[in-house]
Design a protein around this ligand. Structure first.
Ligand code: C2E
Ligand code: MG
Ligand code: MG
Ligand code: MG
Length: 292
């Protein structure tokens, strides 16, 4: 054993690993009942038209209100839910909940808000999404054009032709299809060729600091060009500063999402934002004046 290595270090490490493993097992088992116990909820993050500042949509982002650990972000439990299969029930709950919410919100609005749901590759592989979505639309009175499904993937798509068929069925239904975190991981150009898409979400890493990177600007510009040629809406995610908004807009992104416009909000606060759309508008106009 080296002198610089404290004698207890390996032991402490093992203890942390063990605690971590125990936590995962605990979360995995508690996830099985999270839906039934009504511990899951969505936060909603606004999406705005980058030319007008109008609220045009919102992304539903999953949260787990865990009895002992408090509100948990998805990266704490989605992976576990995927491994145990609990994500199938969670995903079904999610689509039902979001469709019901979209119907409730849009029934009383003049210009409807489009709601996006994150759906993992595993769900597309294991469920007939179009048949299920059809049923959910019937049950809730949600219109298909109010919903967009974002393919969020952390794994390579094992059978692209199955996903493609699901996408085609969903498009025929009128539900939007989006590719999340475009340009990272497995989410690549091939998708534009293989899948019928309505939307691409340019990953946050291309938006962050775009003012100081020629390469990022050129990449975003090319994605926008591809989108325009293929009739695919391009959404910029993770816009945090006015400079990022201005550049993404100048590069041709039509819609943006990020802390600049609003963090993910609980239903109460998102409801207020919907009712007082003015709040967003005023902030927007103030920003416009500043940059003129
Ligand atoms: P995502 O779909 O790419 O969602 C965007 C994430 O970036 C969200 O984190 C959001 O809070 C965060 N974000 C938004 N604006 C900004 C910004 O301006 N700056 C920065 N730094 N971050 C921003 P969140 O809510 O923790 O979600 C993480 C991921 O979890 C999502 O990434 C998505 O892949 C997954 N996820 C969320 N909800 C669901 C769900 O219902 N089902 C599935 N399968 N996955 C979900
Ligand atoms: Mg997403
Ligand atoms: Mg994303
Ligand atoms: Mg992302």
């Amino acid at each position: 054993r080296s002198k610089t290595q404290p004698a207890h270090a390996p032991h402490a490490f093992a203890a942390t690993d063990e605690r971590e493993a125990r936590n995962r097992i605990r979360l995995a088992s508690e996830l099985q009942t999270a839906v039934a116990n009504q511990e899951l909820l969505f936060h909603y993050q606004p999406q705005v038209d980058l030319s007008t500042g109008d609220l045009v949509g919102a992304e539903a982002l999953l949260r787990w209100n865990h009895g002992a650990f408090g509100l948990q972000p998805p990266n704490r439990f989605i992976g576990i839910a995927e491994e145990t299969g609990a994500l199938l029930e969670i995903g079904a709950w999610g689509l039902r909940t979001l469709a019901a919410y979209a119907a409730r919100v849009n029934r009383k609005r003049r210009s409807p808000v489009r709601f996006s749901l994150n759906v993992s590759v595993m769900e597309f592989m294991q469920r007939d999404m179009a048949a299920f979505a059809h049923r959910v639309l019937d049950e809730t009175g949600c219109r298909p054009e109010w919903l967009t499904l974002e393919l969020t993937e952390n794994l390579m798509i094992p059978e692209p032709q199955n996903i493609r068929r699901a996408f085609e069925d969903l498009r025929r239904l009128g539900i939007g299809i989006s590719i999340d975190d475009f340009g990272t991981g497995y989410s690549n150009l091939r998708y534009l060729e293989s899948f019928p898409l309505n939307e691409i979400k340019v990953d946050r890493s291309f938006v962050h600091d775009v003012a100081h990177s020629v390469a990022k600007r050129v990449i975003v510009e090319s994605v926008v060009k591809l989108g325009a040629a293929l009739d695919i809406r391009v959404v910029a995610e993770g816009i945090e500063t006015e400079a990022e908004r201005a550049i993404m807009r100048a590069l041709g992104c039509s819609v943006g999402q990020g802390y600049l416009f609003g963090a993910p909000l609980d239903e109460l606060h998102f409801g207020k934002l919907l009712d007082e759309g003015l709040v967003l508008r005023e902030a927007w106009d103030a920003r416009r004046l500043l940059t003129m």
